[in-house]
Design a protein around this ligand. Structure first.
Ligand code: BG6
Length: 476
């Protein structure tokens, strides 16, 4: 057995959160109304108004991250704390000050902030004024918001992520997150492709602006990526899987890294009359604003097969699965199916650590940029014992298996610069509340009872601390 290469000496071990999922304080210090504040949660599931109350606990939370030995903390900025309406004349000083405190606190412990500029939350005012991401007017407002962030925090923050999971917003739309399709769902597939295009133009402009400002840091997108497996070795299953992969994964990164649409997907959009409006100069903007790094979130793999009756299924497009997957002749439509080779967590999510290595290898070969994992984790109900301990062996087991694959991917030549699983502390999930927990740090509240919000160290806290201290050598 050859000796495996080690994690790079400056590897960014850390963990992630997002503003609305941890901060709370939804209407404090001048914060404006955001889509996430109005998101309708299922019965008995908490909203984001108080969340983990990180806004008032950030010092304690970051001290705990320091105790774990974090080298990085991936968090996000709430647009409406900085610009309450999204496009106000002046930024909100109290909003700017909050993130100054957060970043200063990180730097005190030698933790590098990795900052997502937009993580699923969006100013309501901009939706009311012009429909948010559906209008090209958003490009200037987003660029101006980013300029404010770069000017204000540019010396403290060296890693910027332009947008969280554009891929999920486009694939799942209304059913998944509130930010994109707040209000009436967008039924038109062409409009969804317009939104996707506008998002890419906005990000490319911001990446160019960041580089022109010579701040010396790195910037890139943060999509959600899955490996997509063909359900069988039937050629038609393999073909639809290639097609689905273009819609699910490569559309976003090809545009942002290569400045081009994937070919087969484009041909399908043309056939369906779903191509986005491309303005003069758009392709130059894409060509001139490129990322330095690719951050991505990984949870599980997907598996697809061809539908038997293509014509019938074309009529059945829904938000979740079959938007496209196509090309040339039949079969065009991919159907998601369960993969019997994959185990599930107790909450039903697939566990596929090798899938993470597959994705790392594919992204590394296709885009040839440094990679950083900004989410990976297992959301499971934890039990707080009477003595204040939480025995989350399932989480340790899950993370351990993924970290083993990271080391193998690095050995195989992947330029991986960091690993920030989801999540640093317990937080409110996108639709299933806070009892589905992801954190290394337990937050003592339930869906309906805020209790004392006390923080507790889970078993995974001590385990991860040792992983970081041994630089990934000891995973037991
Ligand atoms: C990612 C998001 O898709 O998955 C996070 O970026 C989210 O915001 C995470 O919390 C886990 O998903 P969920 O639905 O369990 O919250």
């Amino acid at each position: 057995m050859p000796l495996l290469k080690e994690f790079p000496h400056d590897f960014l071990w850390g963990a992630s959160t997002s503003a609305h999922q941890v901060e709370g304080a939804w209407n404090e210090d001048g914060r404006g109304l955001s889509t996430v504040d109005l998101k309708k949660m299922p019965e008995g599931i908490t909203d984001y108004k108080i969340a983990s109350d990180h806004y008032h606990h950030y010092k304690e939370d970051i001290a705990l991250m320091g105790e774990m030995g974090f080298k990085a903390y991936r968090c996000s900025i709430s647009w409406t704390r900085i610009y309450p309406n999204g496009n106000d004349e002046k930024p909100n000083e109290k909003g700017l000050a909050f993130y100054d405190h957060v970043f200063d606190e990180c730097l005190k412990y030698g933790i590098e902030p990795i900052v997502t500029i937009n993580h699923f939350d969006f100013p309501i005012h901009l939706i009311e004024e012009y429909g948010g991401w559906q209008s090209r007017r958003v490009i200037d407002d987003y660029v101006r918001y980013c300029q404010t962030l770069f000017e204000h925090y540019g010396k403290k923050v060296h890693y910027w992520l332009t947008m969280n999971e554009q891929s999920m917003m486009i694939v799942y739309g209304q059913s998944r997150v509130a930010s994109l399709f707040y209000g009436e769902p967008i039924k038109s597939r062409k409009k969804v492709m317009d939104v996707n295009h506008i998002m890419c133009i906005a990000q490319a402009k911001v990446m160019k602006m960041y580089h022109d400002m010579n701040l010396g840091g790195k910037i890139g997108p943060a999509p959600n990526i899955v490996p997509v497996y063909a359900a069988s070795n039937k050629p038609e299953d393999v073909l639809v899987t290639m097609n689905y992969n273009e819609f699910r994964n490569t559309l976003y990164l090809d545009l942002l890294v290569k400045g081009k649409y994937p070919k087969a997907l484009w041909s399908y959009l043309e056939d369906c009359h779903w191509t986005p409006d491309i303005y003069e100069g758009d392709m130059e903007i894409l060509a001139n604003g490129k990322p330095d790094i690719i951050a991505f979130n990984y949870y599980f793999s997907e598996c697809t097969q061809a539908y038997q009756d293509e014509e019938e299924k074309v009529e059945e497009f829904n938000d979740n699965v079959t938007f496209m997957a196509q090309s040339g002749n039949k079969p065009r439509i991919a159907q998601q199916v369960a993969n019997k080779n994959i185990q599930l967590t107790t909450s039903g999510m697939g566990i596929d650590p090798i899938g993470l290595r597959i994705v790392l290898r594919e992204l590394s070969d296709r885009y040839e940029l440094p990679l950083i994992i900004t989410e990976n984790g297992c959301g499971v109900k934890d039990v707080l014992e009477a003595d204040g301990t939480i025995h989350d062996t399932y989480r340790i087991d899950y993370l351990k298996k993924h970290i083993e694959q990271l080391r193998l991917a690095i050995h195989e030549g992947v330029d991986l610069i960091g690993y920030c699983p989801w999540s640093a502390i317990d937080l409110v999930s996108t639709g299933e509340g806070i009892e589905k927990r992801y954190g290394f740090i337990y937050v003592n509240r339930s869906e309906t009872d805020l209790k004392d919000m006390k923080r507790y160290r889970k078993d995974s806290f001590y385990w991860y601390k040792n992983v970081i201290a041994t630089h990934g050598k000891c995973l037991d």
